[in-house]
Design a binder for this molecule. Structure first.
Ligand code: HDD
Length: 707
């Protein structure tokens, strides 16, 4: 990627626009908001040193008033989020399908701002709760802003936007006591599921590992609805949008997820921030599934139904470009909090379908910004500004920033030569796709939306055994938190319409009855693309904890750390005290964390370094033993150099497993006795050791381990 002279990513047009609003105060004098220099900022103006504060202290009043008004309403959904800047490049011209300018020329970089979010929790809730993740992308195109406001799951809970307030009321904390925070595991959510069976497919996604992403950088994104591409000739194609992460799709395990929420509630935002700061720019490929207009009725599901996906095996995903995030925000509030997305922000060549969920969204998003940002001029906030010029007859409103001169603010006019004038299509004017519609006004839903179970079955059947096990346990956990027995039973009955064996396993764990009229998922169609197991794997940016004490053998450790770093793995030393440990070769190695300040749940892998004294120190520390034990229970790769294998043995690893004892003895080669455990006590095996450890890290987790 191109860099400027200081080695930073080159500025996009959006960066330059934002720069004009950026105020750097380092080295400056303190002033009031009126620009008056302030001479005192610690003592308010008083009548005598011990006297009352005087109202005339304008600096005190201004400072306090601003503080009192610092909060705006949090988003009614997706309140907790995190954003970053980047750019998008198309691989090849999409001209045959769409006239959208930003999808024409592979040489053009379109600036983007992306906000990831959880849905149910408040602004201060934990990152790693079980939830859907928002994946909202604002493209600052030369034709105006285009927002692709999606999620990390390809379907949704409801089919018609009129049910959105009901669904959100059911999943949010209960209104009488505001409990539980950022959880779907409570009566009202599961009551909704039992009463509104259209949610079944999405509930399966929400109970799957997709709801526990390891990182924002390792999750897919979906536009969910069917949209339209329209080309210069006015021809339309139906289109579904996908974001495919280059690092693959990975999750944490449930026990780990819950612990991270306590140990580091900012786990996902920290991960994204750190990746960008360290130059490991996250990347996603943009994929499209395309259907001709005449193929609208070619499937056994309705393509307007947002609870249905288009199986990739039936409609292949074509990768058309790549998005790279390469710049963190300068100010969270100004950028991430004030950014306003809207599925109705489109550019010529992108249009809507009649999906009733999408149609309702087209109303809701402007409405919510009026409340949240406080008026109709939210488009003028720097983060929301288009890089395309804005000219219209809108005037006034709360906090208007542009100064539009002249008396004319209406169309048509003669006094300003009838400007600003509507543009023709050739001049870039947006023209709505001339879809033919007819019908009676009815409050009803098409029969083609009535199948609530087939695709839940498809999803369940497409999962690997481990993913199925996790999903089963998720249902068991969530329904165990439901107090009302009838609500529990109804949920089991609904699950029975997808797979009766699954429903029976859940029923057994939660004291409910197995459904009598269940179905079986076994014979249904599979879509391998739906399983996370079949996605890309990479060791890049994975974090390894390296457990060390004083006297650690540094020679072999250094070569292993070099190999890890070359593979893109980030290693951080964990020891008993912060500062340095002194190695057997008298080197000072910097310790990043202590066992008190970190935890294995914050790492992807663990390496125990060798050296008699070092390992003895670790063996005296119960937290070090717990660290290793827990990493093992979470199926993470573990590696030990030399005497380091004793810490593994002390944690019950290897010795407890059938072939483990042998592995821990003097293995010359890394042991394959247990999946994801790499042990070497011979220095000459170091290169093989590193390779085996990197391979184990690349695999993400080692599910066949019996824990
Ligand atoms: Fe929504 C925010 C995604 C259905 C109403 N939504 C919001 C955000 C995302 C989504 C990612 C956060 C944007 C940001 O980071 O600022 N929403 C979706 C998806 C949906 C969906 C993928 C289904 C396919 N949403 C949906 C419906 C409605 C809304 C049916 C209402 C009719 N959504 C909103 C909202 C929010 C919002 C209330 C809250 C804050 C905001 O818009 O800016 O208007």
């Amino acid at each position: 990627m191109s860099m400027d002279k200081s080695g930073k990513p080159e500025q996009t047009m959006k960066d330059k626009q934002l720069k004009a609003f950026t105020v750097e105060s380092t080295g400056e004098k303190l002033t009031t908001n009126q620009g008056l220099r302030v001479s005192e900022d610690e003592h308010s103006l008083k009548a005598g040193e011990r006297g009352p504060t005087l109202l005339e202290d304008f600096h005190f009043r201004e400072k306090m008033t601003h503080f009192d008004h610092e909060r705006i309403p949090e988003r009614v959904v997706h309140a907790r989020g995190f954003g970053a800047h980047g750019y998008f490049e198309v691989y090849e011209s999409m001209k045959p399908y769409t006239r959208a300018q930003f999808l024409q020329d592979p040489g053009v970089r379109t600036p983007v701002f992306v906000r990831f979010s959880t849905v149910a929790g408040s602004r201060g809730s934990a990152d790693t709760v079980r939830d859907v993740r928002g994946f909202a992308v604002k493209f600052y195109t030369e034709e105006g802003n285009y927002d692709l406001v999606g999620n990390n799951m390809p379907v949704f809970f409801i089919q018609d936007a009129i049910k959105f307030p009901d669904f959100i009321h059911a999943v949010k904390p209960q209104p009488h006591n505001e409990v539980p925070q950022a959880q779907s595991a409570h009566d009202t959510f599961w009551d909704f599921v039992g009463q509104n069976t259209e949610s079944t497919h999405m509930v399966f996604w929400a109970m799957s590992d997709r709801a526990l992403p390891r990182s924002f950088r390792m999750m897919e994104g979906f536009g969910v609805h069917t949209f339209r591409f329209v080309n210069e000739e006015g021809e339309a194609h139906f289109v579904k949008f996908h974001w495919k992460p280059v690092l693959g799709v990975h999750a944490t395990v449930w026990d780990e997820t819950q612990k991270i929420a306590g140990k580091d509630p900012d786990f996902h935002r920290r991960d994204l921030w750190d990746a960008i700061e360290s130059g490991n720019y996250p990347e996603w490929e943009l994929g499209v599934q395309l259907l001709k207009e005449e193929e609208e009725f070619s499937f056994d599901f309705d393509i307007l139904d947002p609870t249905k996906l288009w199986p990739e095996e039936l409609v292949p995903v074509r990768l058309i470009g790549k998005m790279t995030l390469n710049r963190n925000t300068d100010n969270f509030f100004a950028e991430t909090e004030q950014v306003a997305f809207h599925p109705g922000h489109v550019v010529p060549g992108i249009d809507f379908s009649n999906d009733p969920l999408l149609q309702g969204r087209l109303f809701s998003y402007t409405d919510t910004q009026l409340k949240r940002i406080g008026g109709p001029n939210f488009h003028e906030l720097p983060i929301n500004r288009s890089i395309a010029p804005v000219h219209n007859n809108q005037r006034d409103g709360m906090a208007r920033m542009t100064i539009n001169p002249g008396p004319v603010a209406y169309h048509k006019n003669s006094l300003a030569g009838n400007s600003p004038a509507p543009a023709s299509e050739q001049e870039g004017g947006y023209k709505h796709y001339a879809e033919k519609v007819e019908g009676r006004k009815v409050q009803a839903r098409s029969d083609s939306f009535k199948d609530h179970y087939s695709q839940a079955t498809l999803f369940y059947n497409s999962l690997s055994d481990v993913e199925k096990l996790h999903l089963t346990k998720a249902f068991q956990f969530e329904l165990s938190k439901v107090n009302n027995k009838e609500v529990r039973q109804r949920a089991v009955d609904v699950i029975g319409q997808v797979d009766s064996d699954l429903a029976a396993m859940i029923a057994d764990a939660i004291g409910a009855m197995a459904p009598v009229n269940g179905r079986t998922a076994k014979d249904s169609f599979r879509s391998p693309a739906l399983s996370m197991e079949n996605k890309a794997k990479s060791p890049k940016t994975r974090k390894a904890a390296v457990l060390v004490g004083n006297g650690v053998k540094d020679e072999v450790l250094t070569s292993v750390l070099d190999a890890l770093s070359e593979a893109g793995v980030i290693s951080e030393l964990v020891s008993l005290k912060l500062g340095y440990v002194v190695s057997d070769g008298d080197k000072q190695l910097e310790v990043k964390h202590t066992f008190e300040t970190t935890d294995s749940v914050l790492f992807d892998a663990v390496l125990v370094a060798g050296g008699r004294q070092s390992v003895n120190e670790l063996l005296t520390q119960p937290l070090a033993v717990d660290f290793v034990k827990q990493a093992y229970r979470h199926f993470k790769p573990l590696a030990a150099l030399g005497e380091g294998s004793e810490l593994l043995a002390a944690s019950g690893i290897g010795a407890a497993a059938p072939d483990g004892a042998e592995a821990i003895s003097s293995a010359k080669q890394p042991s394959a006795a247990e999946p994801g455990i790499v042990i070497a006590d011979k220095l000459d095996a170091k290169s093989t050791f590193s390779e085996a450890f990197i391979e184990a890290i690349t695999a993400h987790r080692h599910w066949t381990r019996k824990v």
